[in-house]
Design a protein. Structure first.
Length: 155
């Protein structure tokens, strides 16, 4: 009888652990830092992100990217200072592979090539994005925002 209870507990623990691992592998919760996505998101807002490959991103999706290897940004003022390498950044995907390149994005192609995307912040005056850096490579993509968890939901 005790062996049966132990076996049941082990099965429940294994299933629970497996579900937890799957959730952690599939989803991420992150916090917005900065003003580049105002007014859509404010600094401190939390968001649920689903990890997806570039093929699952559509124009208009809000995406989270790793900021590890982007070109250095000029440091003229606090509004143009770049986050430290390794930070996650939140932007809106405006063009994915096969889409026309929007005006004002300094890239040599007319169509976004495979493995790249163009992202812009909703607040153009405070955003370092494809208008400055050109394409973002697909290996910087973490995922797509699926739900906002606003910090001040009661207001």
């Amino acid at each position: 009888m005790i062996a049966r209870a132990v076996a049941s507990a082990l099965v429940v623990g294994a299933v629970t652990g497996g579900v937890a691992c799957w959730l952690r592998h599939t989803f991420l919760v992150t916090t917005v830092a900065g003003r580049s996505m105002l007014p859509t998101y404010t600094s401190g807002d939390r968001m649920l992100v689903r990890r997806v490959p570039l093929a699952r991103v559509r124009s208009g999706d809000v995406v989270v990217l790793a900021d590890g290897d982007l070109p250095a940004r000029p440091t003229r003022s606090a509004s143009t200072r770049r986050d430290p390498p390794g930070e996650l950044i939140v932007k809106r995907a405006v063009a994915v592979p096969g889409d026309p390149v929007p005006a004002g994005v300094p890239v040599p192609d007319e169509v976004v090539p495979p493995g790249h995307l163009i992202v812009l912040g909703d607040n153009a005056d405070a955003s370092y994005d494809s208008r400055n850096a050109g394409y973002y490579a697909s290996d910087t993509l973490i995922g797509v925002v699926v739900r906002s968890m606003r910090r001040n939901q009661h207001t």
